[in-house]
Design a protein around this ligand. Sequence first.
Ligand SMILES: CC(C)(COP(=O)(O)OP(=O)(O)OC[C@H]1O[C@@H](n2cnc3c(N)ncnc32)[C@H](O)[C@@H]1OP(=O)(O)O)[C@@H](O)C(=O)NCCC(=O)NCCS
Length: 200
Amino acid sequence: MPSSGKFDGLDFSQIDIELLTPELRKLGQGFRCIRGEFVTYWKQGRIHREIDASLCQCWIVRVEDTLAGYITLLADKLQVEDPLLAKEGVKYRTFPAVKIGLLAVDRRTKGLGIRLMDWAIDYVITEVTPIIGVRFITVDALYDADVEPAYDASGFYAKLGFEFAIPTDPLPPVNPYRTMYFDLKQLSEALVTEDMTEDS
Ligand SMILES: CC(C)(COP(=O)(O)OP(=O)(O)OC[C@H]1O[C@@H](n2cnc3c(N)ncnc32)[C@H](O)[C@@H]1OP(=O)(O)O)[C@@H](O)C(=O)NCCC(=O)NCCS
């Protein structure tokens, strides 16, 4: 078990994020998360099985040999009621997306959730959108009405600019989550402009 001070004072804003390889699967013994099921997903091999079945890829942050957090990405489609891109002359209500599958950080870290999300958004823009059409990042934001107060991860994603796919969803939602999306367009364009400025 790592000492509780393992993550003290660490600045996670620039920390390296690594693809989870078979050798790294042994990490995670001392992983502690505010939601115990995310420890179980790791320790009981759910994530590893999903990777082996080509259902997702997983990236991790570690501090020495201690797992600090993980995020999984997979292909998705966003379905909405409004034709979100009507202004761009596109009338679809279904769009290609990359989904944040599972995201969890050790509860003793600070700022790691945002770091993993910033990394994922940047990764999709720089590595995925140049080779395959992806307009949105999606997530099923966990909502657990069985605890008091209810656990609602949507506030975390809302801080990053995510919006609800069905804004009129009642609370508590029918499923234990609400689907949210983030439009990559503005950031993608900003990155292209930045690159052009650097090149000139
Ligand atoms: C959700 C989770 C990944 C967020 O990571 P984190 O490291 O705690 O987030 P950060 O420290 O980077 O916090 C970023 C900001 O989001 C805020 N935030 C975090 N969780 C929030 C929530 N549920 N609702 C509203 N705001 C939240 C933080 O207070 C912080 O705000 P600040 O910048 O004003 O201080 C983490 O709490 C976690 O592992 N939760 C359990 C698993 C889980 O719910 N995963 C998501 C399932 S969809």
